[in-house]
Write a protein that binds this ligand. Structure first.
Ligand code: ADP
Length: 483
C-alpha cells in the first residue's frame, strides 16, 4: 500500500512506549475486504503481555495525572495536529482495512480528530463544587479526579473515531488507557498510536494491544488495576464483558447494538426524508450502529417516498473504496453478507416486496447491491435484528400511536429519527421514543459536541460532549469542620 509516511504502517503492539511482537511470535493477517489482499500480519500479544501493559499503564498514571489539564491539552493538541497533517495516509489505511470510501474515511479521520480537539479543551474545564452545608461549622467540597487505569475495546466499523472518542476524554481527564482494537482493523489504531508517540504522549499513557480478543479481554476485565472499561460493539459481547467486570465492580461504558427506527409522517418534507434516510441508511454501507434499520412510512406518503428512494438507491456506486466516485464499499466479511441475505430472504418469504437490489454485487467478494424492500411487517427479522448492511426495509403504518409502538418494540434504544413538519409532533414523538438520541428531520446526528449513547440494551454512559469526560472522573467529597 502506498503511504506518504510508511512508518505509519505498524504491525506490532505498542506496549510501554515500545513496538513489540507477541511472546509466541503469533501474527494475524489483516485483509483488505475490497480485494482480499493481506495488508499486514499483526502481532498477537499474550495474556502475560496484557498484564505487563496494565502494569505499565499503572506506572505511567501518577506522572500523567499530576500534569495540569492545560499541560495534557498541549500534548493532545499536538497529537491532533499530527493526525490532521497525516489525514490522507490515515484515510488510506482506514479504507484499505475497513472498506469504506476514501471520502468517508477522510471524513472519519476529521471526526475522530474532533474528539481530541474537543476533550483537550474540556480537560481544562474539569471543575469541582462547593456545597452549602446543613451545619454552620462545616464546609463541603466535591473534587473530580481521574478514575485511573482504563481500557477500551473497539469495533471495526469506525476504526479511528471509536478509539479517539474513548482515548481523548480518558487522557484529558488524567487517566491512562489500554486499547484493544478490532482484529479486522488494527492498522488505523496502530497508526494513531504512532502519532501519539510522535506527539510526545509519555510511554504507558496510551498503549495498543493487538491480540486474541477473548484472552486480552479477560485479562483487562479481571484486573483490579483497570478501573474502567469502555466498550463499543455487539450487545452479546457487551453483556459478556459486563459479567466479566462484575467481580472487580468495574465502571463501564457500553455502546452496543442499535436497530434504529426512522418514522416518516405524511406531513414530512419529502426531500428531507429522502436525504435523511439515504445518509443514515447507506453511510458505511449500512454498517453503523445508528444506521436506519427499520423505516416506518405513513401510508399517505409511502408511494412517493418509494419512488424517490428507488431513484436514489439506483444512483449509488458500489466499488473499491479507493476508487474515485465509489459511494458503497464492500461489507466487512462473508458473515456480514450472510446476515444481510438471510434478512432479505426471510422478509421476501413472508410477503415483502423487493424494490431494488437484493443480491450480492457482480463485483463478487463481499460487495452487495444497495437494496430496498417494501411492505415489511413486524413479523420479519428486519423488525427485531440489526441488519448492519445496505438494505432499507420499509414498513407502512397508519397513525402516530402505531408508529411509536412499533418503534419502541425492541430491546434496543440507541438512535431514532423522525421526519415531520408538524411542530407539536416534533416534540411529542421524540419524547415518547425510548432512545438515547433522536434526529428530527435529519439523518446525521453524530458530532463531538453531542452526548452519544443509548438506553435499554443499547448500553450505558455517554461519549463525546461536555458530559463525556465525566465517564473518566470520580467524585470525591470532602467534609471540613472549621470549628
Ligand atoms: P462485531 O459484531 O461488530 O464485530 P463484536 O462485539 O464482536 O462486534 O466486536 C467488537 C469488539 O469486541 C472487537 O474489538 C472484538 O475483538 C471484541 N471482542 C469480541 N469478542 C470478545 C470477547 N469475548 N472478549 C473481549 N472482546 C471481544
Amino acid at each position: 500500500m502506498q503511504l506518504n509516511h510508511p512508518q505509519l504502517l505498524r504491525h506490532q503492539a505498542l506496549i510501554d512506549g515500545e513496538w513489540r511482537d507477541g511472546d509466541s511470535g503469533a501474527r494475524e493477517a489483516v485483509i483488505n475486504p475490497a480485494t482480499g489482499e493481506i495488508l499486514a500480519e499483526v502481532a498477537q500479544v499474550s495474556a502475560a503481555q496484557t498484564r505487563f501493559a496494565i502494569d505499565a499503564a499503572a506506572l505511567a498514571l501518577a506522572p500523567w495525572r499530576a500534569l495540569t489539564g492545560k499541560q495534557r491539552a498541549a500534548l493532545l493538541q499536538q497529537w491532533a495536529r499530527l493526525i490532521s497533517e497525516h489525514q490522507e495516509d490515515l484515510a488510506r489505511l482506514l479504507t484499505a482495512e475497513q472498506g469504506k470510501s476514501l471520502a468517508e474515511a477522510r471524513g472519519e479521520i476529521a471526526y475522530a480528530n474532533s474528539f481530541i480537539e474537543w476533550f483537550a479543551e474540556e480537560g481544562k474545564r474539569v471543575e469541582g463544587s462547593i456545597l452549602q452545608s446543613p451545619q454552620a461549622r462545616q464546609r463541603l467540597l466535591v473534587l473530580k479526579q481521574p478514575i485511573g487505569v482504563t481500557a477500551a475495546i473497539t469495533p471495526w466499523n469506525f476504526p479511528a473515531a471509536m478509539i479517539t472518542r474513548k482515548v481523548a476524554p480518558a487522557l484529558a481527564a488524567g487517566c491512562t488507557m489500554i486499547v484493544k482494537p478490532a482484529e479486522q482493523t488494527p492498522l488505523t489504531a496502530l497508526a494513531l498510536a504512532q502519532l501519539a508517540l510522535q506527539a510526545g504522549i509519555p510511554r504507558g499513557v496510551l498503549q495498543v494491544v493487538t491480540g486474541p480478543a477473548a484472552d486480552v479481554g479477560r485479562v483487562l476485565c479481571a484486573s483490579p488495576v483497570v478501573r474502567k472499561l469502555s466498550f463499543t460493539g455487539s450487545t452479546e459481547v457487551g453483556r459478556l464483558l459486563m459479567a466479566q467486570c462484575a467481580p472487580t465492580v468495574k465502571k463501564l461504558s457500553l455502546e452496543l447494538g442499535g436497530n434504529a427506527p426512522v418514522i416518516v409522517f405524511d406531513d414530512a418534507d419529502l426531500d428531507a426524508a429522502v436525504a435523511g434516510i439515504m445518509a443514515s441508511k447507506f453511510r458505511n454501507s449500512g454498517q453503523t450502529c445508528v444506521c436506519a434499520n427499520r423505516i416506518y412510512v405513513q401510508r399517505g406518503i409511502y408511494p412517493a417516498l418509494v419512488a424517490r428512494l428507488i431513484t436514489e438507491v439506483g444512483a449509488l456506486r458500489v466499488g473499491n473504496g479507493m476508487a474515485e466516485g465509489t459511494t458503497q464499499g464492500p461489507l466487512i466479511d462473508a458473515d456480514a453478507v450472510g446476515k444481510v441475505r438471510s434478512h432479505i430472504d426471510d422478509a421476501l418469504s413472508q410477503g415483502a416486496t423487493l424494490l431494488a437490489g437484493g443480491k450480492p454485487h457482480a463485483l463478487g467478494g463481499t460487495f452487495f447491491e444497495p437494496t430496498l424492500v417494501g411492505d415489511v411487517t413486524s413479523r420479519m427479522r428486519f423488525a427485531r435484528e440489526e441488519t448492519f448492511g445496505p438494505v432499507a426495509p420499509l414498513f407502512p403504518f397508519g397513525d402516530e400511536a402505531e408508529a411509536i409502538a412499533m418503534a419502541n418494540d425492541t430491546k434496543f434504544g440507541l438512535a431514532a429519527y423522525v421526519f415531520t413538519r408538524d411542530a407539536a409532533r416534533q416534540w411529542r414523538v421524540p419524547e415518547a421514543l425510548e432512545y438515547g438520541m433522536v434526529g428530527i428531520n435529519t439523518g446525521l446526528i453524530s458530532n463531538e459536541v453531542a452526548p452519544f449513547g443509548g438506553v435499554k440494551q443499547s448500553g450505558l454512559g455517554r461519549e463525546g460532549s461536555r458530559f463525556g469526560i465525566d465517564e473518566y472522573l470520580e467524585m470525591k467529597y470532602l467534609c471540613v469542620d472549621i470549628a
